[in-house]
Design a protein around this ligand. Structure first.
Ligand SMILES: Cc1ncc(COP(=O)(O)O)c(C=O)c1O
Length: 752
């Protein structure tokens, strides 16, 4: 035990401790960087001093000391890297469409500052220990460096499971440089080399002529290598890190329009433990729901500045578990990050839409505002025929459904609605759910769960409801880079022809407004024998000659196995649905708890949705006007030099690229200009891509648009936001019912 056991134990404890400290510091906000850097720099000084002192000591104790110093110096490197001290100014995510070579060179550029400091430190250590008999500190540093380099290469070249949940928050943008694909050949090479080094070290440790110094020193180095190799395996082994890491290392995005996976940094363990410590409890006591909320960074100043609990508040729980503080902590965190959401109290007016009444908290009288961010994309929610259907159904059948579908909830309006939806998508059957979110959760989890060892291939930007459905299925999943069919094909090939595969994607992504290559995905699915599940939530009612969505427009509805949609956006009411073959619908109906154990949509909702679907099947007027207004809005914003994100859909993302400015712009639009556009911040979109998401409807007109441009120009100038070069691109309206009219001169005049 003394010769080998003690060094092994010592190494494990020290490694474990230093990794924990680094993770803890990493989770802290960038603004805490001064004190974390000062602390770790003092540690650096002490370690260098300790290294000098121990460099001549060849006792076992000398080996321990030098190892601890080497590890601490390495720790300083990592803390500096994570705190951004060494990472340098390059914080730009890689463009998804660049070549692998450029991706790699960008990754190297992003890490270069760090590599240079590592080289600098190595040089210092070499100088300090040049003539020394004890070089354990130097070897510790060099071994870790070697392992680190090989891990980086493996990541950049591509490994099947990135273990990205372990990546620190501050390096999230680095993920964009990485490649996920079947095992890269470097991985077995680097692990084999490391294993050989470990064996050589172990052999030296147990050599018969080994001194106490050799035995202790080589044992700790060999143990360090084993630990580093184990960490290496995290890159390739599909381990459920949630299960492993009690503090909830990995989560997926939450919130309505969120499409993305969010990783470890989103809910740093230290926030959880900080809250936990403040609340006086144990980490494990944190409610799972809190641990699984996504969070980006935190500001400990804000967190620690919490209002102390009053006695009556703390009375809510036992003296050791102060329940209130968990919630206070969670909310303070959101506020500190400018992600706290404030709801606008709006009173929609069916006839006047998009004009509505807004009731500000601090004003007695309501104010008239124009809504520019509604997902009632076609204004169907206020259409007389849709409202009339709801009123008639409510009068005839009452307000509620009376139960689940099994217990008297299968009412005639919902049966009619399902028939209408099946017909809309050219499928045998449909099934209605209480929301689009639930329909994705229920259907994806049930369909994939019923297939043997199903592999789910999911677009990296899929909506939260799909991510939750995938998670609930318990199936293995692989992410393919957003809309990258070449990557999808790689994964399909790797999965093999005989494995059950479900490809899950959206036809139109709501935040960037980009459209998926649906026909190409369907072709690949057929080629590699995979099932397809498409979410057409942001397209149904609005695309295709009868409103069947992008797949209808592309003429491929029959090539998709399951089409999912919502009744709450293009159709202006509430509920979600899937359409597919009768047997798939029967299976979901029979197995999905989210369908079986909840009350059905009320008849009035089903009837009004049915009226909207019927109307939009027959009429293209709303679609044409909608596309015209979307094109006109983009045209006007471009002409005013406002930085919109280009896409070919009806969504107009206006980029602000800063969370607090985005919120400020939204507030100013509402208060100063009576225009309501909700800010879109993280986790709905990536940090640094915050935006105002503008959704023109057929009910907006040119006068509304002039007001909007004028207001936006004022807000942009007031907040000092950057303008683009004004661009006048001719309006091209396909098959427009009304002639295209360039309103730029009016708009510009108004804006000035
Ligand atoms: C892509 C996508 N799928 C599903 C949903 C959920 O739909 P619903 O609002 O009907 O619950 C949303 C909501 O915005 C979405 O963006």
């Amino acid at each position: 035990m003394t010769t080998f056991g003690l060094p092994i134990l010592y190494t494990i404890l020290l490694w474990w401790f230093s990794t924990g400290v680094i993770l803890y510091l990493d989770g802290l906000d960038r603004r805490t960087f001064i004190w974390s850097m000062s602390g770790s720099t003092v540690l650096l000084g002490v370690s260098l001093w300790g290294l000098t002192l121990s460099s001549g000591d060849t006792s076992a104790w000398g080996a321990f000391q030098a190892f601890a110093c080497g590890l601490a110096i390495w720790g300083w490197q990592l803390v500096s890297f994570y705190m951004g001290y060494i990472t340098g100014p390059r914080k730009v995510a890689s463009d998804a469409n660049i070549t692998r070579r450029r991706r790699f060179s960008q990754a190297v550029a992003a890490c270069l500052y760090h590599e240079l400091t590592v080289c600098g430190s190595a040089a210092v250590l070499i100088v300090l220990t040049w003539d020394a008999s004890n070089k354990m500190g130097l070897w510790t540093f060099l071994l870790l460096w070697g392992m680190h380099q090989s891990a980086k290469f493996n990541i950049f070249l591509g490994v099947p499971n990135l273990g990205e949940a372990l990546l620190p928050q501050h390096l999230r943008y680095l993920q964009s440089f990485m490649t996920k694909k079947p095992m890269n050949p470097l991985f077995p090479v680097s692990v084999t080399v490391s294993t050989v080094i470990t064996l050589l070290l172990a052999q030296k440790a147990i050599a018969t002529d080994a001194t106490a110094f050799d035995a202790a020193g080589y044992t700790i180095l060999a143990t360090l290598m084993v630990l580093a190799i184990a960490e290496h395996w995290f890159l390739v082994t599909p381990i459920d890190l949630n299960g492993l890491w009690t503090f909830g290392v990995k989560t997926e995005s939450t919130d309505t329009p969120t499409n993305r996976e969010i990783t470890m940094g989103d809910q740093p363990s230290n926030i959880v433990s900080l809250c936990t410590r403040q609340a006086g409890g144990e980490a494990g006591l944190l409610p799972a729901s809190v641990a699984h909320r996504s969070v980006e960074t935190q500001d400990p100043q804000n967190v620690t500045r919490f209002k102390p609990m009053t006695t009556s508040e703390s009375d809510m729980g036992s003296p050791t578990i102060k329940y209130q503080q968990y919630f206070e902590c969670a909310i303070a965190r959101l506020k500190a990050e400018n992600r706290y959401r404030v709801f606008a109290d709006l009173e929609r007016d069916a006839a006047a839409f998009p004009v509505a009444l807004w009731r500000p908290d601090d004003e007695a009288e309501p104010r008239e505002v124009t809504i520019w961010c509604s997902n009632d994309y076609l204004g169907m929610g206020g259409k007389a025929e849709v409202v009339g259907a709801a009123v008639r159904a409510a009068q005839r059948h009452g307000a509620g459904a009376g139960g689940t579908r099994n217990i008297s909830g299968t009412h005639h309006p919902i049966v009619e609605l399902e028939a209408e939806l099946a017909d809309l998508h050219g499928k045998e059957a449909a099934l209605a759910f209480t929301s689009g979110w639930i329909s994705n959760l229920a259907s994806i989890s049930t369909i994939a769960g019923l297939l043997p060892k199903c592999l789910i291939l999911t677009d990296a930007l899929n909506h939260n409801s799909m991510i939750e459905g995938i998670r609930r299925s318990g199936c293995e999943k692989q992410l393919w880079r957003h809309n990258d069919v070449a990557h999808l094909e790689e994964l399909l090939i790797a999965a093999g022809q005989d494995r059950a595969k479900l490809i899950v994607f959206e036809s139109l992504y709501s935040m960037d407004g980009d459209i998926a290559p649906v026909a190409e995905i369907a072709r690949l699915a057929k080629k590699y024998n995979a099932m397809t599940y498409v979410d057409e939530v942001h397209a149904v009612g609005m695309y295709g000659s009868r409103g069947g969505g992008i797949c209808e427009r592309e003429g491929i509805m029959d090539q998709i196995d399951v089409i999912e949609g919502t009744l709450a956006k293009g159709f202006g009411t509430l509920g979600g649905y899937i359409t597919a073959s009768s047997i798939i619908i029967d299976a979901v109906r029979s197995y999905a708890p989210q369908f079986i154990f909840t009350t059905t949509l009320p008849p009035m909702v089903a009837a009004s949705a049915c009226a909207a679907v019927r109307h939009l099947k027959a009429s293209s007027e709303e679609r044409t006007r909608h596309q015209y207004m979307a094109a006109l809005t983009k045209h006007a914003l471009r002409a005013a030099g406002l930085p919109i994100l280009e896409n070919s859909s009806h969504i107009v993302p206006l980029m602000v690229c800063d969370a607090s400015l985005c919120k400020a712009a939204s507030d100013m639009l509402l208060k100063r200009h009576a225009i309501y556009i909700q800010p879109i911040n993280y986790p709905t979109v990536e940090i640094g891509t915050e935006r105002l998401r503008i959704t023109p409807t057929p009910r907006h007109n040119e006068a509304h648009l002039v007001e909007l441009v004028e207001a936006l120009v004022d807000v942009w100038k007031t907040l000092g936001l950057p303008f683009n070069e004004a661009e006048i691109i001719p309006l091209r309206i396909n098959k427009a019912a009304e002639p295209a009219r360039c309103t730029f001169s009016d708009l510009k005049q108004a804006a000035e």
